[in-house]
Design a protein around this ligand. Structure first.
Ligand code: SAM
Length: 393
C-alpha cells in the first residue's frame, strides 16, 4: 500500500473518533520536514464559542506555538504534515491507541493497541480537585506521570493518587509547625523524587512558603535525573545530593522525611531528624529486618510466641514492634507522635506512616517511657533497637 493511502486510512480514523466522541488527543513526532526547529505537534479538542475545534501545539526547540483550526481544516493539515514531515503519529482515543509510522525503509505501518489513556479515569481525575493538578507540571511529565497535555497515563494513575494523598497528609501536618522564613526540608532516600517534587511545588506554589529541599540518595543515576528535572521545572531551591543517610551532615532541618527507606535506614533518618531538632519528622518505614532478626534469635517465651513461630506473623509483629518502639523513642525525645495508614495496602504493603511533631509545650515522662521501651524489648527478646542504640538511650 502506498504512503498516501495509509495516511488516508489514519486520518479517516481520526475523523471517526471525533464524530463518535472517542477522540482524546493526537501526537506527531520524528519531524523530518523543512520547518526549522519544529520537534512535535500535539493536538487536542477544544470548544470555542460552542464550535468544536482542534487546537494544535507546535513544539519548537525553545518555544511552543498554539493555533486552533476547524475540524476539516485540521484533518487536512494533519494529512499534509504526515506526507511532508512527521514520521510518527499516535491517535489516542477511549477505545484504542492507533500508531502510524513511516519506517526508514519507506514501509508504512499502522498498529492498534489498547487505550493507554482511559477517559473514564481521566474525567474522574479532572473532576476531582487535586492539590497537585496534573496540568502544566513539567516534573510530572518528566517523571512519566503525565503526557505533555497533562493527561495522567493509565499506568501512572496510582502513583499520581499517591502523590496527592501524600501532599494532603503533609499539608495538614505543616499547619502544626512554624513556617516563617525558609523551611529546610530533607528527604532521605528520595529515589526518583516523585514526592519530593510534589512537596516542593505545593509548599512554594500553593502555600507560598519558602522551601529549601534537599533529596539525599545514594544512587547517582537518580540524583542526576532528579537534578535535571528540578532544573527543567525551575525549582531553584530543590536539589538532590548523592550520599548515604548515615553520612548526611546538616544541622539545620525543619522537616525530615524518609519514605520507604529500607530497614535501619529509617532509623538513621529519624536519628538525623532528632539530632537536628526538626519540627516535623515523617517516615513511612520499609522492611523491618533488624528487629525481626533479634526476635528470631532470642526466641522469647511470651504470650504471643504461638504466633511468632509462623514466619508471616513474625514479620507483622516485627513491623509493629519496630515501629512502636520508634514512636516511643520519638516521644522520649520530645515529639508528639501519630501512627496511621499512609495508603491503602491494595497499592503497597509499605503503608504505615509514623509522624513526630516537636512538642515545645510539655515535657515527656522520660523515666516512664524508658521503662516501657526496655520492657517491650525484654518481652520480645530484643537486645537492641538500632535507633535506640544510635541515640545512646
Ligand atoms: C523504595 S525507594 C523510595 C523512594 C522515595 N522515597 C519514594 O517513596 O518514592 C528507597 C530509596 O532510598 C534509597 N536508599 C536506601 N537506603 C539509603 C541510604 N542508606 N542512603 C541513601 N539512600 C538510600 C534507595 O536507593 C532508593 O532509591
Amino acid at each position: 500500500m502506498i504512503i498516501s493511502e495509509k495516511i488516508k486510512e489514519f486520518t479517516t480514523a481520526i475523523s471517526q473518533t471525533i464524530t463518535n466522541q472517542t477522540f482524546i488527543s493526537l501526537s506527531l513526532g520524528n519531524y523530518k520536514g523543512s520547518e526549522e526547529n519544529l520537534k512535535n505537534l500535539y493536538v487536542k479538542r477544544i470548544l470555542i464559542k460552542k464550535e468544536e475545534k482542534l487546537s494544535f501545539t507546535y513544539r519548537y526547540k525553545t518555544r511552543d506555538i498554539v493555533k486552533n483550526f476547524s475540524i476539516a481544516e485540521a484533518v487536512n493539515m494533519i494529512e499534509k504534515f504526515l506526507l511532508e514531515g512527521f514520521k510518527v503519529s499516535t491517535l489516542f482515543s477511549t477505545e484504542s491507541d492507533l500508531q502510524f509510522e513511516i519506517l526508514n525503509t519507506g514501509k508504512v505501518t499502522l498498529k492498534k493497541k489498547p487505550s493507554s489513556k482511559s477517559t473514564a479515569s481521566l474525567d474522574h481525575d479532572k473532576n476531582k480537585k487535586r492539590l497537585i493538578p496534573a496540568q502544566n507540571k513539567s516534573y510530572l511529565t518528566d517523571l512519566k506521570i503525565t503526557d505533555q497535555e497533562g493527561n495522567v497515563f493509565k499506568n501512572a494513575q496510582d502513583k499520581y493518587k499517591q502523590i496527592n494523598h501524600y501532599v494532603e497528609i503533609l499539608s495538614s501536618l505543616i499547619k502544626e509547625i512554624p513556617t516563617e522564613g525558609t523551611i529546610k526540608v530533607v528527604d532521605m532516600g528520595s529515589g526518583k523524587g516523585y514526592l519530593t517534587f510534589a512537596l516542593y511545588d505545593y509548599l512554594q506554589n500553593v502555600l507560598n512558603l519558602q522551601p529549601e529541599i534537599t533529596g539525599v540518595e545514594f544512587r547517582a543515576d537518580m540524583v542526576a535525573l532528579c537534578n535535571n528535572i528540578a532544573e527543567n521545572a525551575a525549582f531553584k531551591s530543590l536539589n538532590f545530593v548523592e550520599g548515604t543517610i548515615e553520612n548526611y551532615e546538616n544541622k539545620e532541618i525543619d522537616i525530615l522525611i524518609a519514605l520507604h527507606a529500607c530497614d535501619t535506614a529509617t532509623d538513621d533518618a529519624i536519628f538525623k531528624g532528632i539530632k537536628a531538632e526538626a519540627e516535623l519528622i515523617v517516615v513511612a518505614p520499609c522492611c523491618h529486618k533488624q528487629i525481626r532478626r533479634e526476635i528470631e534469635k532470642h526466641k522469647a517465651t511470651n504470650d504471643v510466641d504461638f504466633l511468632t513461630k509462623y514466619g508471616i506473623f513474625l514479620e507483622r509483629q516485627a513491623e509493629m514492634v519496630t515501629d512502636g518502639i520508634r514512636a516511643m523513642i520519638l516521644e522520649y525525645c520530645g515529639y508528639k507522635t501519630k501512627v496511621f495508614e499512609f495508603i491503602s495496602d491494595a497499592h503497597t504493603p509499605k503503608n504505615v506512616m509514623i509522624v513526630g511533631i516537636k512538642n515545645h509545650k510539655s515535657n515527656p515522662d522520660k523515666t516512664q517511657l524508658l521503662k516501657k521501651i526496655k520492657d517491650a524489648k525484654s518481652y520480645f527478646g530484643i537486645e537492641y533497637h538500632h535507633l535506640e542504640r544510635m541515640l545512646g538511650i
